[in-house]
Design a protein around this ligand. Structure first.
Ligand SMILES: [Zn+2]
Length: 173
């Protein structure tokens, strides 16, 4: 499934769409829609002891599982502004982004609701504040690198291999 799957009518004018599922063009108004992955900004918040901050998801998809702090970028929003905004919304923490840790493709949701997501991940350090769960987070936890949650307790499919790779990484201290 993709974001244009099942689209038959133009959301602007109601005209018929010529839909290849990677691209849909309206015969009425000429609007063209493209299927793209949705970018997120995620923070690997690290403390001075090297522990990482994880957020337990309050809502589906993957409610109850541990995730990195972060979320979808808004239209036109710079990724680092989005990262700071999402961390503040979910944890009450002001952070400063550090090293870019990578881009990870994944799927958000199931079935007809499934969307392709491109997760952009930065290390981040706390500038001020005390962690308090809010927004779509039910709980926050600090985890030492060798005491991370089991893979089945982690949200989505990219988080477990990402954290596993981190355990041996020298880039994040
Ligand atoms: Zn149209």
């Amino acid at each position: 499934m993709g974001v244009l799957s099942g689209w038959r009518l133009c959301p602007r004018c109601g005209g018929e769409l010529d839909n290849t599922e990677s691209r849909a063009e309206c015969s009425g108004c000429g609007s063209v829609y493209y299927a793209r992955s949705a970018p997120t900004a995620s923070a690997l918040v690290v403390d001075d002891a090297g522990r990482v901050l994880l957020a337990r998801r309050a809502f589906e998809p993957d409610a109850g599982l541990w995730d990195l702090v972060g979320g979808f970028l808004e239209e036109g929003e710079s990724p680092l502004d989005g990262l700071r905004r999402e961390v503040l919304e979910e944890t009450s923490l002001h952070v400063e982004p550090g090293a870019f840790l990578g881009a990870f493709l994944d799927t958000y949701g199931d079935g007809a609701e499934a969307a392709s997501v491109l997760n952009l991940v930065w290390e981040a350090r706390i500038v001020s504040g005390e962690p308090r769960p809010a927004d779509d987070v039910s709980e926050l936890g600090w985890f030492a690198r060798d005491e991370l949650p089991e893979p089945q307790e982690l949200a989505f499919s990219w988080v477990a291999p990402f954290l596993a790779g981190l355990a041996s990484s020298r880039h994040v201290r």
